[in-house]
Ligand binder design. Structure first.
Ligand SMILES: NC(=O)c1ccc[n+]([C@@H]2O[C@H](COP(=O)([O-])OP(=O)(O)OC[C@H]3O[C@@H](n4cnc5c(N)ncnc54)[C@H](O)[C@@H]3O)[C@@H](O)[C@H]2O)c1
Length: 251
């Protein structure tokens, strides 16, 4: 089960943390993985990890907000892999302007970044791979969302949450359009992950204690869920947002 040999995946923002974990997991199941990041150095580091484990990876540095660069990279991956991308994980979603600032204090100049990254960054990537997926009659789109896109939180992430809610809505509609072509589209709403506290041990322990599973999520947790959603076995699962959060919320 969950054999991805013969498939080609693109994971955005895969130079570190959750995206890197997903890229490693997809490659371990046999997919050729195009590892994207803004930083070529980080993308190459993830590729080296994949190759050291016996997998195949292609580093593709581009900004997901640059539609021309997205299309060019997708064409390059198709040429290098010898097959089109048929698994897309939209993971890049943390913008420098995301801030943990209450909306009343948030400078309007900081509204657009998190919304554009989560919505337009994902739209450009979906648009660049969708025709090939529909033509092949098989495709998997996995959108990384957040609990902040589903639940009101008083932690100063209202605009980021709007971006995540918006792209989840898009994925639901997209799933209906492409289901007849063998393409699924789902969102994974991540909860508190092991980089949420940005290395502060006391905050990490406090956050972990708040999760029913008593630990924070890891890149490996994300990788396992993405492998399932990307697999042939998940063909009946589409249009859903799945919480991956140690039980922190249950609907
Ligand atoms: N970490 C968490 O606690 C958490 C919780 C809920 C949801 N999420 C979601 O999970 C995803 C991954 O989070 P993370 O913590 O691993 O992120 P991260 O910031 O650690 O890493 C993301 C990578 O994306 C790259 N990136 C940023 N903007 C980009 C762009 N425009 N084009 C290409 N690459 C770009 C960065 O260079 C970085 O290497 C995000 O969508 C985030 O919203 C994370």
């Amino acid at each position: 089960m969950f054999d991805l040999a013969g498939h080609v995946a693109l994971v955005t923002g895969a130079g570190q943390n959750m995206g890197a974990g997903a890229a490693r997991a997809l490659a371990a199941q046999g997919a050729v993985v195009a590892v994207n990041d803004l930083s070529l150095e980080r993308a190459e580091a993830t590729c080296e990890e994949i190759e050291a484990a016996g997998g195949t990876a292609i580093a593709v540095a581009f900004d997901v907000l640059d539609a021309d660069a997205v299309r060019a990279a997708v064409a390059r991956v198709r040429a290098e892999a010898g097959r089109p991308i048929d698994i897309l994980m939209n993971n890049a979603g943390i913008h420098p302007d995301m801030g943990a600032v209450p909306f009343r204090q948030l400078d309007p100049a900081r509204w657009r970044g998190p919304i554009d990254l989560n919505i337009y960054g994902s739209l450009y990537c979906v648009h660049a791979v969708l025709e090939d997926m529909c033509a092949a009659g098989w495709g998997r789109i996995v959108q990384i969302s957040s609990g902040a896109g589903r639940t009101g939180l008083n932690i100063g992430v209202a605009v980021y949450g709007a971006g995540k809610s918006g792209i989840e809505g898009f994925i639901r509609h997209l799933s209906q359009e492409v289901a007849p072509h063998g393409v699924t589209a789902n969102s994974l709403a991540l909860g508190l992950m092991n980089n949420s506290a940005r290395g502060d041990a006391a905050v990490t322990a406090h956050l972990a204690a708040s999760v029913p599973a008593k630990r924070l999520g890891t890149p490996e947790d994300v990788g396992a869920a993405v492998v399932f959603l990307a697999s042939p076995e998940a063909s009946w699962l589409t249009g859903q947002t799945i919480n991956l959060n140690g039980g922190a919320t249950t609907n």
